[in-house]
Design a protein. Sequence first.
Lengths: 222, 598
Amino acid sequence: MSNAAAKTLPSTVGSAARSVSAPGERAESGRKARTPLSVVRSAPGRRRTPFVVLCFVAMAAALLTVLVLNISVSTAQYQLVQLKAEAATLNKENQDLTQKKQNYEAPQNLAAKAAELGMVASTVKGQIDLNTMAVTGKAAPAVKGDNPGALLAAPAVEGLIDVVPSVTTKDPLENRKPEATPVAPAATPATPAANAASPAAAPPVELNGGSVPAPLQKAPGQ
Amino acid sequence: MAKNPGTSKKTKTPAARKRLRVGLGIMLTLLLVVGGKLFMVQGLDMGGMAEAALASRLTPQVLPAERGQIVDANGTVLASSVIRYNIVVDQTVNTSTETFHRFNEKTEKLDEITRDQGIADLAGLLGANESTIRESLTGDKKYFMVAKDVKPELEDRISKLYIPGLSAEGVSKRVYPNGSIAGGVVGFLKDGTSGQAGIEQTQDEILRGAEGKRVFEIGADGLRIPVATDELTPAVDGSDVKLTINTDIQYFAQQAIQSQVNKMNAEWGSIIVMDTKTGNLIALADTNAPDPNDPGKVDAKDRGVRSVTAAYEPGSVQKMITAAAVIEEGKSFPLDHFTIPSAYTIDGQTFTDAFEHGTEERTLAGILGWSMNTGTVMAGSRLTKEQRYDWLTKFGIGEQTDIGLPAEATGILAKPEQWDDRQQYTVLFGQGVSQSTLQTVRAFQSIANNGVMLQPRLIDGYIPPGGEEQKVPAKDSRQVVSKETAQQVRDILESAVTEGQIKDAAIDGYRVGAKTGTSQAPREDGLPGFDGFTASMVGMAPMDDPRFIVEVVLQRPKGNIYGVTNGPVFRSVMSQVLRTYNVAPSTGTPARLPQFVK
């Protein structure tokens, strides 16, 4: 502040030179370049202004940098959260599909599917030894309609079980709409084919929170 | 001070200086007060403000460890954990909210939705009755479960309904994709966390892993403060447990024994398939095996693995041990000559056979081939009581199996001094002694493996998360009988199929050795006597270099016991195993030891 005052008020210059004893007015005496009494050479006023400006600029730049950094970090943070959520969703989806696949692969489900397609297990097999070209065993064709023996229940991998206390004493899964069932319920283990086939049921229409399904679009090339 | 350039310095300066000093003093005092307060707040933290703020920002989070999988020998998953959600509601919030806002992704606006509409949407997604859903959303409970074990995809859609008071809780769910296949072996969990049966129980510590913890600072906007505290103790996931079971063989065996039990109206049945070279158990099949996804569906007595938990009197399969003992002791040989009366009396105890016969001239092979109690007692009585006991012990009777399943049976082998007059002979043909199916298989394994007994293995190894499999080392093996004795006993077993009474165990192209066993099953209601039979068949193939042992056991089949045969079951399981493992058809001439002395 004293610098600015010194610049705008030249009338005090002379008086400052006379009263050298006043320590508060030394700065003003320093402004007089021609005075031999000048003792302060180290802090020339001309140089101070650009320095102060520089300081301000540096500070502003630093603040700006910090601000930009902060913004970018928090933006990245938002992005990180979003990507993490996305990764978690995909992970869960993957887990779900893997489990579905494993369920299809369960031997009893495969056997039931094969039986459904009319396949019959063969019982007697023959072998050919390629080294000796010897044929051992009498392979017999499988007989259609052969008793396949005991049926093992399909895995009761749980879909969703309603735990609301039911008014009726009926099976809690009975009143469920079948099309909303992600995987066949545990209530039908006796028919392995049903479990194996029903996960393919069409998923419910995505309503995006509304109640009216989106209009169907024509696929390209149709 | 500089505002009055015209005034005289001499008069004005002291006043200005004074004012300046007063002002400065006030400033400094204020600065001191502010600084002091700052120091108190920041430096000394009087009142614990910073601490409280930090505590409110610090968010501890438990990082759950993922439970390890249980896989079979080929990596087929038998048990794994997935995420499921429980949909819960704060009924007070939902009941009092008549309308709410929902973000519409299409129009990017907030729609106003009535409570009824929300309930209808939720009912549609859950596939439940609207009235049921309304009932569960209405009330004054702060916490009420609407639906359990909802899949992530459905949970995602439910959360987009923005129904007030409704939230989802993630839970880890154990899923057994193969259901009842090896269900008893795999076991199940009690409350989704701790194992209660099977491998899940015995390997709980390894499967479970260790929970981790993360402590970080979170801002009021719910976002993590990037440069603040972030301490992470990572969770250590549980290791996977790899079994020696082959799921396909296991299925085949379970299906075969279930069919057999249904056909024979038996109480239960079980099948063991073992690799003779390693002791690996390829299948431990049981009837009515539990589905670990829902173990409550079968009776509690069916939830274990009977092949290892059920000890019963093995019957004639034990004659193999008697034959091996007399041969190894040099007291007999396969073509040794025995003159066998229709009933044989020794020490006042009379023994007869399952079939009527006059006095016959038999070989030792013929005694086993026709499963004669008389001949077995005749040959076995050449051993002292202690020798009989020692040989049973050497073959692992009364010695616990340790394959990592709960409640493995040790069986009962009484000390020879406790044997009564009859028991000292009945132990020779498998009565008066009890053992599990696995103990029988282990005894036959030592014969199949040139006299070297290997301890059976079920747990092949542990796979730490992201690491290499660590094999469980095989337990110590022991030479039970010499290689030559083992070969002679194998010839006897093969002759029982080629020349003896077990012709229906034969498999085209492979040389098979087998022994049947029929024993009386003691009553289980505490009354003396017996109320049924245990029918079993144990065999090995190919006899030129036995690779596999299969034992089929049937408990208390209905009807005439002599009409029961496990041959077809044994044959189908054994041929399936041989084909699965690509065992080359047998070479060499099958052993055909004469059953009679001509």
